[in-house]
Write a protein that binds this ligand. Structure first.
Ligand SMILES: Cc1ncc(COP(=O)(O)O)c(C=O)c1O
Length: 385
């Protein structure tokens, strides 16, 4: 049949690349080895545990004991002693009755939301939640009501006005891009009052918030409440890889039976489980790491003239994506690696520098970093090359 030639994949990809370039939104993969000399204020290894000798050693030991991979999904032959131990230590650390680990934090979010949503459920999701929770809503295939960021009254209206019997409310305790905290106490009370379930992603709070890094849910006295469920990653403060859902034993049992990202996925790699377990033990022995990362982040916030955040994430707005890239380059010139978030990675379409604190950065070194950061932003804003 004659007709217009269909578009080739090559042409389609080239068109998309041109569009990205024109908008200043092209991303490329850097190699950590290229900026080894830079002080890292971009990553999420807030407590410096990914290279802690005990963590690395126990990760290696777990691989030697159990193998490089779990070898099967958890329900087949992939459940190992190191998974069970990690689940129990992590749950206890966060004052939760039980826990289940997943191969990523992304999987944990997909799993809990999709497995808890049924045909009589509405999801009420904060506008700033992480991409994994947005994808979880898509996977759940139920009505989703997105509420303005941190707007308790909007959540109340959604819960009160719903026609569905059940409601899941999705938030992050400390938001990953802007670093602000959710009003968890008020949201938990609303959920208790209106039969909702609050799902709190503590990816950026565990290891950082609370007197020993137990997270915001526990430090606010909300752990163990039936209507509050926690998701976590092992890949940020715990310096490893993987994710978890924490809550009641009945919730864990439901996920084991119903959560497709758990059932059809190979169990968490032994080295990742062993590393996360060791990181938790380091944190138990040295709880002061949590306060240290918050102190460092407050110092950085003072240096750039923004409000001190609840956790380890500082967001510095820039006029646009190109200015964000320019500011990032100025920081690199002064020996600092900072994050640069541009659409679509920012929930409100803005561009920002994302700067993260470190528990290991203190004293004179912190003073020098603060000075370099302030000078870099000054140069970038005054348009200096
Ligand atoms: C808030 C939040 N939730 C979930 C995830 C996903 O965690 P993971 O990297 O362990 O898959 C991230 C990772 O960036 C995150 O920032």
């Amino acid at each position: 049949m004659l007709g217009w030639p269909r578009m080739s994949l090559d042409r389609w990809l080239a068109d998309r690349a041109r569009e990205r370039d024109r908008a200043g939104l092209t991303r490329c993969l850097g190699d950590r080895a290229e900026d080894l000399g830079l002080i890292d204020l971009a990553g999420n290894d807030y407590l410096g545990l990914s290279r802690h000798p005990r963590v690395v050693e126990e990760a290696a030991q777990a691989a030697l004991t159990w193998g490089a991979g779990a070898g099967a999904s958890r329900l087949v032959t992939g459940t190992l002693g190191v998974h069970r131990e990690l689940e129990s230590v992590l749950a206890r650390f966060c004052d939760q009755p039980a826990g289940l680990v997943f191969s990523t934090g992304y999987h944990a979010n997909l799993a809990v939301v999709a497995a808890l949503a049924d045909e009589d459920t509405v999801i009420v999701s904060d506008a700033h939640v992480h991409a994994s929770l947005i994808d979880a809503c898509r996977l759940a295939r139920v009505r989703v009501q997105v509420t303005t960021h941190n707007d308790v009254e909007a959540v109340r209206a959604a819960l009160v006005g719903r026609s569905e019997d059940r409601a899941l409310v999705l938030v992050e305790s400390i938001y990953s891009v802007f670093g602000d905290a959710a009003p968890l106490g008020e949201l938990a009370s609303l959920c208790a009052e209106h039969d909702g379930v609050l799902i709190v992603d503590e990816a950026h709070a565990i290891g950082v918030a609370g007197s020993r890094g137990e997270g915001l849910v526990s430090s606010l006295g909300l752990a163990g409440r039936g209507e509050v469920i926690v998701t976590a990653t092992l890949s940020k403060s715990l310096g490893s890889q993987g994710g978890a859902v924490l809550g009641a034993p009945a919730l864990v049992e439901h996920l084991v039976n119903k959560a497709r990202p758990f059932i059809y996925d190979t169990g968490l790699a032994p080295a990742a489980a062993g590393g996360a377990l060791a990181a938790l033990r380091v944190l138990q022995d040295e709880p002061e790491r949590a306060a240290a990362v918050r102190a460092c982040t407050s110092g950085l916030a003072d240096a750039v003239g923004t409000a001190r955040p609840a956790g380890a994430v500082l967001a510095v707005p820039t006029p646009g994506p190109r200015e964000a890239l320019a500011a990032q380059a100025h920081c690199a010139k002064r020996g600092l690696r900072v994050g640069c978030f541009r659409p679509p990675s920012t929930p409100d379409g803005s561009s920002r520098l994302r700067i993260t604190g470190r528990a290991t950065l203190r004293g004179t070194e912190l003073d020098l970093v603060c000075r370099a950061l302030a000078e870099s932003l000054n140069d970038a804003l005054s348009g200096e090359a």
